[in-house]
Ligand binder design. Structure first.
Ligand code: C2E
Ligand code: CA
Ligand code: CA
Length: 603
């Protein structure tokens, strides 16, 4: 066998000094010339390690201490009780491990040396090559481990305090620095400002250009923001498309506004990435300490209020917080008014996200998701306005609208030849509890002539638990119509399966939070597997949402959950794009790299 391997030539130099272990520089402090040469020759006997011995008769001043990997400190008999020498050496060469050579074979002395920070204690009269080399090697090894641990700790701290995508501080670190900055400013009687920078309409960039481009843009944005501030200031990524800037030691508020304007200008310069170029608009809200708030959360909230005002005023601008922006209530009222207009002026849109069937290897349906095509802000996702729509009751007419719209769209796809496609529509709990809800569904079906089985309603667990009588009544009526019923966000509520199994439900939709943690958290994996098994025992279909990786797909498939929805198969997109996906899906299981795994998936 060996004969087949190519011959390895080793140069003379390589043969003399093994390339694997470079020379270990040992610095002997104390002892006579004779001691040094004796130790030198003992070290020379080692075959595993190459040593270079340096010798200093006395401990030199720390700036004259030669660099070394390890220090051997020879302690004369009369000086033995004065181990403080050890701490002197340790502070002069803090990174080199230290081994003491003493005259006396005393356990106490050895222990004291170790306690003072030495890594080993050797007795001069008993020195032999083997013992010396092993002690030095052990000392080096333990130092290496400490260093590695420190690096690992440092790395862990960096991970916990920085945003992985952009390398900026994360929310935790931002908060920490803000708290510290505030107490410093208080002491120095200075001002400090928080700027919240939120990108306008970034969601639509994300959806239209895809993750890779969006991530690249976010990195570019982070660099631009950093370039607008000074060393002492902090830039952080606080969430998806939200950044924070902490300006300490500010003089005039004019200077703060200047930084804000610099950020606006620098982002509006087109950013080129992957042959795409995009100029970014953002809204900036500013709050100043101590004027606006005396605590970190308060200050961030005030900046947030100001940021919303900037958005309400059309975006791409900055606003300082003023008390008359005041209450969240006022902001809410303003937003509610705009939302009403949105409904009247046809600014609402329905996006569709594919639902994928693994065994059939195709898109079998879509979830209809609400979007607001805001005249200034671009596409806005429901998390920004759904809470207000719910509080104001606007969710009921909006919900009716999306139901009709989605039914019509699916009926159209049906006519175009995409038969059997199912559209899932989210139903808010208010809408579900309205006495006439089943009638609304029936009229949406009638109007569109969509076959009832092609409509699925997603109802959250908590809606179903609010009023048992109404729930049972409405569900029974809906089932009579022939529509399918799914429980949304399953697993986040009470998981009252014993109750749910008596309801006429068809589908459990496993919440994104479980899928998210699936490949990292064994507990979530166990729960998910249990949900799938239980559901199948109750004759319910499961669909997993938020599937982003092939690993998650494989795990879910192995549990027997073969219907999925998530970025892996496609993001929510406008109907025109979804239609092109029906003809040419962006994801194909049989076409994916894991082709070999396909046959093992349940079918
Ligand atoms: P949901 O019903 O849980 O909808 C799924 C949400 O997860 C959507 O957010 C979707 O864009 C997002 N998503 C899908 N796949 C992935 C993925 O792989 N990774 C991640 N990180 N996210 C993914 P969206 O569209 O912002 O909707 C948020 C929530 O708003 C929905 O959560 C739903 O509760 C509500 N909603 C949306 N449209 C309507 C509607 O028409 N009526 C009602 N009542 N609620 C709606
Ligand atoms: Ca849903
Ligand atoms: Ca959900």
């Amino acid at each position: 066998m060996c004969a087949e391997l190519p011959e390895i030539t080793v140069s003379a130099q390589e043969r003399e000094s093994p390339a694997v272990d470079p020379q270990v520089r040992v610095l002997l402090i104390g002892g006579s010339e004779a001691d040094a040469s004796a130790i030198g020759s003992l070290l020379g006997e080692s075959q595993a390690l190459a040593f270079e011995l340096l010798h200093e008769r006395k401990l030199p001043a720390s700036d004259e201490l030669p660099e070394s990997d390890l220090v051997l400190l020879s302690v004369p008999a009369d000086a033995s009780p004065q181990l403080p020498m050890i701490s002197q050496v340790r502070s002069a060469a803090p990174n080199a491990p230290l081994v003491v050579i003493g005259e006396l074979d005393e356990e106490k002395l050895a222990l004291r040396s170790l306690r003072e920070g030495a890594c080993g204690y050797l007795v001069r009269s008993e020195l032999n090559a083997r013992q010396l080399v092993t002690t030095l090697a052990a000392a080096l090894e333990s130092r290496r481990m400490v260093l590695q641990l420190n690096i690992a700790r440092e790395h862990a701290r960096h991970l916990a305090t920085h945003d992985q995508l952009t390398g900026l501080a994360n929310r935790t670190l931002f908060h920490e620095r803000l708290t510290r900055g505030m107490s410093e400013s208080r002491r120095r009687q200075q001002k400090l400002a928080v700027l919240l920078v939120d990108l306008d309409g970034f969601k639509s960039i994300n959806d239209s250009l895809g993750n890779v481009v969006a991530d690249g843009l976010l990195r570019g944005i982070a660099r631009r923001i950093s370039s607008c501030i000074q060393e002492v200031d902090v830039a952080a990524r606080l969430g998806g498309d939200e950044f924070g800037i902490l300006l300490s030691q500010i003089g005039e508020e004019r200077d703060v506004a200047e930084v804000g304007r610099r950020v606006l200008a620098s982002l509006s310069d087109p950013i080129h990435f992957h042959q795409q170029s995009s100029s970014i608009r953002c809204s900036i809200g500013i709050a100043v300490f101590p004027r606006d708030s005396a605590d970190p959360e308060g200050l961030i909230k005030k900046a947030d209020t100001a940021m919303y005002r900037a958005k309400e005023n059309g975006g791409n601008r900055l606003e300082f917080y003023t008390p008359d922006m005041g209450s969240a209530l006022q902001r809410r009222n303003a937003l509610e008014k705009r939302l009403r207009t949105a409904l009247e002026e046809d600014q609402l849109r329905v996006f569709y996200q594919p639902q994928f069937d693994l065994p059939r290897d195709r898109i079998i349906g879509a979830e209809a998701l609400l979007r607001w095509d805001h005249p200034e802000l671009g596409i806005v996702t429901p998390d920004h306005f759904l809470p207000i729509a719910e509080e104001s009751g606007l969710i009921v007419p909006i919900g009716d609208w999306i139901l009709r719209k989605a039914c019509k769209q699916n009926a159209l796809w049906n006519r175009e030849g995409y038969r059997g496609l199912r559209v899932s529509v989210n139903v808010s709990s208010q809408q579900f509890l309205e006495p006439g809800f089943a009638d609304v569904v029936r009229s949406a079906l009638d109007e569109s002539a969509l076959p009832p089985v092609s409509l699925e309603l997603e109802i959250t667990e908590s809606s179903l638990l609010q009023d048992v009588e109404v729930t049972v009544n409405t569900l029974t009526r809906l089932r009579k119509l022939g529509v399918r019923l799914a429980i949304d966000d399953f697993g986040t509520g009470y998981s009252a399966l014993a109750y749910l199994k008596r309801l006429p439900i068809n589908v459990l939709k496993i919440d994104r939070s479980f899928v998210n943690a699936l490949t990292t958290d064994p507990a979530d994996a166990t729960i998910t597997e249990a949900i799938v098994k239980l559901a199948s025992g109750l004759n319910l279909t499961t669909i997993a949402e938020g599937v982003e990786t092939v690993d998650q797909l494989l795990l879910l498939g192995s549990y027997g959950c073969t219907r999925m929805q998530g970025y892996l198969f496609g993001k929510p997109v406008p109907p025109e794009i979804f239609e092109t996906w029906l003809a040419d899906p962006p994801f194909r299981w049989s076409g994916s790299e894991e082709r070999g795994e396909k046959d093992t998936e349940g079918s």
